[in-house]
Design a protein around this ligand. Structure first.
Ligand code: HEC
Length: 126
């Protein structure tokens, strides 16, 4: 069992990582691309990296995935139907795609912003 443990841990981590990739492919890639490069007419997310550096920026990213966003490049629906863990995993996957540094998102950060009944056109980039 001792020898199996590192293997099992590795298996667990890769299952988690695949989980985030699978969620991205299912919910985000159709508009933002497998690598967040964007799929015309929808935007790439390269400019989101700078948002990770400030608390307002991080909060904005959480609001976007929960409530969506309407702007010059179109309409993104909100994904409040996904679990806190799934939305945190998606934002962490975005961070990894952008090779951005920062604290990983925790499910509690998502939970805190629920229940505000915001519409996509109320979500503004800080
Ligand atoms: C139907 C297409 C569509 C889907 C699906 C979609 N988005 Fe978006 N997303 C958009 C559009 C359009 C915008 C920009 C709206 C605007 O013009 O401000 C956007 C904006 C964003 C932004 C803000 C970027 C910034 O720099 O301000 C983030 C972050 C984001 N999306 C993440 C995601 C994630 C994560 C998913 C999957 C859970 C996702 N999107 C799914 C269309 C989509």
């Amino acid at each position: 069992m001792k020898r199996l443990l590192p293997f099992l841990l590795l298996l667990g981590f890769s299952a988690l990582a695949q989980g985030a990739e699978g969620l991205w492919a299912r919910y985000c890639a159709q508009c933002h691309g497998e690598k967040a490069q964007g799929v015309r007419p929808y935007p790439g997310l390269g400019e989101a990296a700078s948002l990770l550096a400030t608390p307002e920026g991080r909060r904005y990213l959480v609001l976007v995935v929960l409530y969506g966003k309407k702007g010059a490049s179109g309409l993104m629906p909100g994904f409040a139907q996904l679990k806190d863990e799934e939305l945190a995993a998606l934002l962490n996957h975005l961070m990894a795609l952008l090779k951005a540094k920062g604290e990983p998102f925790k499910p509690e950060e998502i939970k805190k912003e629920r229940g505000q009944n915001l519409a996509p056109d109320q979500i503004k980039r800080p």
